[in-house]
Design a binder for this molecule. Structure first.
Ligand SMILES: Cc1cc2nc3c(=O)[nH]c(=O)nc-3n(C[C@H](O)[C@H](O)[C@H](O)COP(=O)(O)O)c2cc1C
Length: 171
C-alpha cells in the first residue's frame, strides 16, 4: 500500500477574500489539506517559515513579490525528517504571484524525491495553479507530477466533496 503524505503551506490572518480583505483563523490551503487527509488518510504536515510575514495583506504581497523576483529561498522552520519514506505526496500552497510561495521551493529542494508521485493542489483568488506545476517539474526531479487541483480560496470551506472525490482518484 502506498504511504501518503499531505504537505502544505498556508498563511493565516489577513487575506484577500472574494474582492475584500478578511481575517481568517484557518488558512484556505490548510482547510483543503485537511479535507484531503480526511478522504485518503495518511499524514499531514504544515510547512512554516522562520520569518513572519507582515500581518497587513498589501505589505505581505509586496514582500512575497520581492522574494519571487530575487528567487529567495525563504528559510523553513521545520523539515520533515522521514519525508523520503512516503511515495504519494499531495503538495499544497496558495498561489502567490503566479506560483508557490518561495518557502515551498526551499522545502522541496531539500529532498531527493526520485520515484515519488507529487499531486499538487492550490488555493487562489482566480489565477488557478499558475506556473506552479511547471515550477514543480523543475525542482522535483525524477518524480511524476499529477494534474493539480485549483480551489478558489473563498470556496475552500465548501470544497470537501469536490476535494474528496478528486483526491480519491489517486488512491
Ligand atoms: C503574497 C500573496 C500573493 C498572492 N498572489 C495571488 C495571485 O497571483 N493570484 C491569485 O489568484 N491569488 C493570489 N493571492 C491570493 C491567495 O492565493 C489566496 O487568497 C489563497 O487562497 C490563500 O491561501 P492560504 O489562506 O492558504 O494562505 C495571493 C495572496 C498573497 C498573500
Amino acid at each position: 500500500m502506498s504511504k501518503i503524505l499531505t504537505v502544505y503551506y498556508s498563511r493565516k490572518g489577513e487575506n484577500y477574500w472574494n474582492g475584500g480583505i478578511r481575517n481568517i483563523s484557518k488558512g484556505n490551503t490548510e482547510r483543503v489539506a485537511e479535507f484531503i487527509q480526511e478522504a485518503v488518510g495518511g499524514d499531514l504536515f504544515e510547512v512554516e517559515t522562520v520569518k513572519k510575514y507582515n500581518e497587513d495583506y498589501y505589505k505581505c504581497i509586496e514582500e512575497a513579490k520581492k522574494e519571487l523576483r530575487s528567487g529567495e529561498r525563504v528559510e523553513v522552520k521545520n523539515f520533515k525528517d522521514d519525508l523520503e519514506d512516503y511515495d504519494t505526496i499531495f503538495v499544497g500552497y496558495p498561489n502567490w504571484w503566479g506560483t508557490m510561495p518561495m518557502v515551498m521551493f526551499t522545502f522541496l529542494e531539500n529532498y531527493d524525491l526520485t520515484g515519488k508521485r507529487i499531486i499538487p493542489f492550490c488555493t487562489n483568488e482566480g489565477s488557478g495553479l499558475g506556473n506552479s506545476e511547471r515550477d514543480l517539474k523543475k525542482i522535483c526531479i525524477g518524480t511524476t507530477i499529477e494534474k493539480g487541483l485549483s480551489i478558489h480560496g473563498a470556496e475552500s470551506e465548501k470544497s470537501r466533496a469536490q476535494v474528496s472525490s478528486w483526491a480519491n482518484n489517486f488512491i
